[in-house]
Design a protein around this ligand. Structure first.
Ligand SMILES: Nc1nc2c(c(CN[C@H]3C=C[C@H](O)[C@@H]3O)cn2[C@@H]2O[C@H](COP(=O)(O)O)[C@@H](O)[C@H]2O)c(=O)[nH]1
Length: 306
């Protein structure tokens, strides 16, 4: 999996975004040798039954885990909760057969959202794709897909990105293919968190995945001085002007976020005297960002990847 190496290449060739290693040192020092342990589902909004239905739920959740901001009132928590409630009403609503039939308005109804969702038809198309590929290659079951990875996080990310076109989160930047795989990696992180590293959530190489490049974490890193934006990019982000998905600016924000978290993780591991994972650092940064999302400006890109 080339997420780490291709993102480092972007960081080395970036024109609009810089990483400040001194700010990383400072943050690592302030942590005083301990990492805040942010629990998966600290919000109490997800479905969990300890079995295959949880894997099915998480795959559906992460197929739709992107771009909430066009509706100011819509947030990730509405998706996580809405899908959980739908499963409580009808435990069959995410079967591969049903997934292949959803329309945009049906998805909105499933989530009990009062108006059209952002990118609603595209979201429904991604669900139908999920159902089709699950039925064709994995007996309709996300748990079967997970088992196929033999407890390897990297293998599971590759399986997901290889089979489901909607999860192939990559771009071409200055002539190089750059892999980010946000939703494929967060699916692995969610399994690991939900099953507490056991059963369907056991991955021998969980330390090999990177943070999940969304729009919340870069805003946190920027507010801490770890990411610096060029004046023109800073102005666009602060004025909430759209950043074009796949543009150099957008790829740099995402790739530099991944690289900065890798560097921060290394510093924290040294100071804590144990191997810190990018997933742990991600959840700490994300939970801190989500509590301050009104005050920290984030970049707005219309995309299905994050
Ligand atoms: N890096 C990273 N990004 C994450 C998540 C999560 C949720 N993960 C669950 C796992 C553990 C906890 O229990 C969480 O509930 C969502 N996002 C992203 O945030 C954005 C949503 O923002 P807003 O529109 O304000 O709700 C959107 O891009 C979404 O894709 C994460 O963990 N890491």
């Amino acid at each position: 999996m080339e997420v780490r190496s291709s993102c480092l290449w972007v960081a080395d060739h970036a024109s609009y975004v810089a990483i400040d290693p001194n700010a990383i040192d400072k943050v690592a020092k302030e942590m005083n040798g301990s990492m805040p342990a942010v629990e998966w589902d600290f919000e109490g909004i997800h479905f969990y039954d300890g079995g295959p239905l949880t894997a099915q739920y998480l795959l559906v959740l992460d197929a739709l885990n992107f771009c909430f901001w066009p509706d100011e009132e819509l947030h990730y928590e509405h998706l996580a909760r809405g899908l959980r409630n739908a499963l409580h009403v009808d435990s069959n609503c995410f079967s591969a057969d049903r997934l292949q039939k959803y329309t945009g308005p049906e998805l909105r109804q499933l989530l009990n959202w009062p108006r059209p969702l952002p990118l609603e038809d595209e979201r429904a198309r991604l669900l139908r794709e999920l159902g089709f590929v699950l039925a064709k290659h994995f007996e309709g079951s996300a748990a079967k897909l997970v088992e196929r990875a033999n407890k390897s996080a990297v293998e599971l990310v590759e399986l997901v990105a290889g089979h489901f076109p909607g999860f192939r989160d990559h771009s071409v930047y200055k002539g190089q293919q750059i892999f980010i795989y946000k939703r494929a990696q967060i699916f692995v992180g969610d399994l690991w968190g939900a099953f507490k590293g056991k059963g369907l959530g056991e991955f021998m190489d969980i330390g090999s995945i990177t943070m999940f490049a969304d729009y919340v974490v870069p805003a946190v890193l920027r507010s801490w001085g770890i990411l610096r934006y060029s004046p023109c990019l800073a102005e666009k982000v602060d004025k909430t002007e759209k950043i074009v998905a796949g543009s150099e600016e957008e790829v740099e924000i995402r790739a530099c976020t991944i690289t900065a978290v890798e560097w921060l993780k290394e510093k924290l591991s040294k100071r804590c005297g144990e191997d810190v994972t990018s997933v742990q650092v991600d959840w700490w940064l994300w939970s801190s960002g989500i509590q301050n999302c009104e005050t920290t400006p984030y970049h707005h890109a219309l995309t299905v990847y994050y």
